[in-house]
Design a protein around this ligand. Structure first.
Ligand code: AR6
Ligand code: MG
Length: 311
């Protein structure tokens, strides 16, 4: 057991949500590109336009609001949460949703129970996409232990992602966020211990292989392009959550660099950067996030107040 139990400060709770949204919004213009050059990313960073969030942040906001509403009772009500996610999609279907989850949301909206809706696709297996992992970070704010973070994550995942890897992805991201949030920012992050803790709550051979690969890559500090190729940069959970983890573990004390690394890994840039941003922001706090990015973000205010609600 290596978990430091530092208190969750408001700054770190805000950092978690704002880091997620910044990664999402900065990565979104590059989604689907195999390569993102440092120059192209810098141009986006310097642009005067608003930073527009996508489905990653929209659904993380729904989850954070749900946890705030149920804080003093059950924390989670899956039936309600499924409907709230579907309502957010119906209100803003243009936010960059992938192909699979809107079909599930469509069935839920039509009254099909989520347990059936999630199995109606992919030959009954359900989705192993990263959509449950991208939105899950807020559970780390209310979880009382590492196992609790993983368990809550799996429950939030199940309402859209029936496949075990979609759920493992959410458990991994939530547990990593819990560890980041509670780590001692005055001490260097102990990467082997961090990965060991994750492997205790994500008990799956393909995930353990990824954790071993992440451990090796952190030591070699590869370019983000190489990281994307080595670990994956697609919209599957197994092909993107470990890449975000690598971005964070490479720059645990620099949220801006962790986000840049996530974007420059290519592919599902917004989601990888959103997950990396949530992890790094949870460790370093909102105060460490670039002012000029925050000023451009379209929903800073809502994220700010939700973070305060949850601490
Ligand atoms: N079999 C084959 N392919 C699959 C399976 C499966 N069981 N499950 C997922 N895929 P999806 P998400 C592939 O569509 O998890 C937004 O852009 C399939 O290629 O269920 O909500 C967000 O920003 C599918 O298109 O949705 C995220 O980037 C892909 O995995 C992403 O979408 C994603 O699964 C979130 O995706
Ligand atoms: Mg995406």
């Amino acid at each position: 057991m290596t978990i430091a139990m530092n208190p969750i400060t408001r700054d770190r709770a805000r950092g978690l949500l704002l880091g997620l949204a910044l990664g999402d919004a900065l990565g979104a213009p590059f989604e689907g590109r195999a390569l993102v050059s440092a120059d192209d990313l810098l141009a986006e960073e310097r642009a005067p336009s608003r930073l527009v969030h996508t489905d990653d942040t929209a659904l993380a906001l729904v989850l954070a609001g749900h946890l705030a509403d149920h804080r003093d009772t059950t924390l989670l009500d899956e039936d309600v949460l499924a409907r709230e996610f579907a309502e957010a999609w119906r209100a803003e279907p243009w936010r960059g949703y992938g192909e699979g989850t809107p079909r599930v949301f469509g069935l839920i909206t039509a009254g099909v129970p989520w347990a059936d809706a999630t199995r109606a696709f992919y030959q009954g297996q359900g989705s192993f996409g990263n959509g449950a992992a991208m939105r899950v970070a807020p559970v780390a704010l209310v979880a009382t232990s590492l196992h609790h973070a993983a368990e809550l994550a799996r429950r939030t995942a199940a309402v859209t992602h029936a496949h075990k890897h979609g759920q493992h992805g959410a458990a991994c991201q939530a547990a990593a966020t819990y560890l980041a949030l509670r780590s001692d920012p005055a001490r260097p992050l102990a990467v082997p211990a961090f990965l060991h803790d994750l492997s205790r709550v994500v008990r799956s051979a393909p995930w353990h292989e990824k954790f071993d690969r992440v451990a090796e890559l952190v030591r070699h500090r590869p370019d983000p392009e190489h990281a994307g190729r080595a670990l994956g940069n697609d919209a599957s959970a197994l092909g993107s959550v470990p890449t975000a983890l690598l971005a964070f573990l490479t720059y645990p004390d620099r949220a801006d660099e962790a986000i840049r690394y996530g974007v420059r890994a290519g592919g599902d840039t917004d989601t990888i950067a959103a997950m990396a941003g949530a992890l790094a922001g949870a460790r370093t706090g909102a105060g460490s996030l670039p002012e000029k990015w925050l000023r451009r973000l379209d929903i800073s205010g809502r994220l700010w107040s939700l973070a305060d609600h949850l601490t």
